[in-house]
Design a protein around this ligand. Structure first.
Ligand code: PLP
Length: 462
């Protein structure tokens, strides 16, 4: 959310369409609380009309966040709109549903059966990252204090490609970020480069499944192996957290043999966004710890629960319960096989679309959608007359939102376009995207071509 600022005394007003204006009200101030009431229908229409200016979610290939749910899910969310997740006393069944979801995820991510996994819902992966980071910081500090060692300079090791929530975690909770830069031939973190950045002050390493930069998975098992070797050689014992914001709901279904989760001994906690490939509207996220020991007891608060007490760990107090209920609906509605089918369709579309774009010969694929159903591509080196930013602008004319951006520090000269394939982006839509892209490239090529010498060859046709 942007921090909103407003000038006092600004008297901008919204005009009400005369069709809906009643009671003689025709204008509503934008930045001051209106003095009088508005008819409910007119107020609805006013807000509804304003929201028409928002983009069309179907053509938004920028976001990872769910933009379509079934009417039944929407109905449940409407019914649950008044449920406050913190109110375990009043809504014990919502609490029970959250508990079931945590267990389903712990199981999906292979938490050891003989230990008791713990976890909770959050507003998204960002809050989940704060909780995971805090748990690692608390543990590290406790170990240092118990050994009589200083505990004032904690650091966190991660790739420069991490999502901004980790930068926030470090800033907000006074942890020094140790970013491992990306290289031309290594667009994410690996064990080889992570382990040497760890020292006695490292609270943990974050591995990403997968990277928002290019949709690739970081090699969790080999990062863990490098940290195992570090410890074996007398170095620190560094816990590994997996930020599986997107991959937590992709890898279990599409790459079931990939060892990235609690099967990897060193992984202490995993977060994921229910509102990304978890297929729920924003905002719901999840955090699960391998076992109870990995979550320091003094971070847990106890709230009243039917005369008993319910442990909670969260940054917020009140929060909507509807998303948690929608997550549970989606779990029982789709089951493993349903999720697999949905994610497979996304991946098939991503592979199909990236192959078609590769075929255009203007671009070079840096990823093809075979890990997350996400791919990035850049202009071939020979094309200098226009940039990926021009291509992104050109696609906007057709309603497509395909973001262009530079990679982070050290490889910032690489500028790419990214397509996130979500449920609902069909093969037909992918084909129209490629058709529009081809048309726009043709235009850009023509504009970039030297002006014709002979007047008969001008570009203006009659
Ligand atoms: C989206 C994302 C986040 C932030 O998640 P929210 O659910 O939007 O808060 C963190 N990490 C990664 C890798 C992401 O893709």
């Amino acid at each position: 959310m942007p921090l909103h600022t407003g000038r006092r005394g600004d008297d901008a007003e919204l005009a009400i369409n005369p069709l809906y204006a009643r009671f003689g009200t025709h204008r509503v101030p934008k930045l001051r609380l209106p003095e009088h009431e508005l008819d409910a229908d007119a107020a609805y229409q006013l807000v509804h009309d304003e929201l028409m200016l928002d983009g069309n979610a179907r053509l938004n290939l920028a976001t990872f966040v769910t933009t379509w749910m079934e009417p039944q899910a929407q109905a449940l969310m409407g019914e649950a709109a008044d449920k406050n997740v913190i109110d375990k006393d009043e809504y014990p069944q919502t609490a029970e549903i959250e508990r079931r979801c945590v267990h389903m995820l712990a199981d999906l991510w292979h938490a050891p059966q003989h230990r008791e996994a713990v976890g909770c819902s959050t507003t998204g992966s960002s809050e989940a990252a704060m909780l995971a980071g805090l748990a690692m910081k608390w543990h590290w500090r406790a170990r240092r204090q118990a050994a009589g060692l200083p505990s004032d300079k904690p650091n966190l090791v991660m790739g420069a490609n991490v999502q901004v929530c980790w930068e926030k975690f470090c800033r907000y909770w006074d942890v020094e970020p140790h970013y491992v830069p990306m290289e031309r031939d290594r667009l994410h973190l690996t064990g080889e480069v992570a382990a040497p950045r760890c020292d006695e002050n490292t609270i943990g390493v974050v591995a990403v499944m997968g990277s928002t930069q290019d949709g690739s998975y970081e090699p969790v098992a080999s990062i863990a192996a490098a940290l195992d070797a570090l410890q074996r050689d007398g170095g620190p014992d560094v816990p590994l957290h997996v930020d599986a914001a997107s991959g937590g709901f992709i890898a279990p279904f599409l790459q079931p043999d990939l060892q990235w989760d609690f099967r990897v001994e060193r992984v202490v906690s995993i977060n994921s966004s229910g509102h990304k490939y978890g297929l729920v509207y924003p905002g719901v996220g999840w955090i699960v710890w391998r076992d109870r020991d990995k979550l320091p007891e003094d971070l847990v608060f106890h709230v009243n629960y039917l005369g008993g007490s319910m442990p909670t760990f969260a940054l917020n107090f009140s929060r909507p319960g509807a998303q948690v209920i929608a997550q549970y609906y989606t779990f029982i509605r789709l089951g493993f096989e349903g999720y697999r089918r949905v994610q497979q369709a996304c991946q098939d579309t991503a592979r199909h679309c990236s192959a078609a774009i590769d075929h255009l010969e203007h671009f070079e694929l840096l990823s093809d959608g075979s890990e997350l159903p996400v791919f990035v591509f850049r202009l071939r080196p020979g094309i200098t007359a226009y940039s990926v930013f021009d291509v992104s602008d050109a696609l906007r004319k057709h309603g497509w939102q395909v973001p262009a951006y530079h990679f982070p520090q050290n490889v910032e000269d690489i500028a790419v376009l990214r397509v996130v394939v979500r449920n609902g982006f069909t093969r037909d839509l992918a084909d129209s995207l490629v058709t529009d892209l081809r048309r726009e490239l043709h235009q850009l090529d023509q504009l970039a071509a030297p002006l014709p010498q002979h007047p008969a060859r001008t570009r203006f046709h009659h």
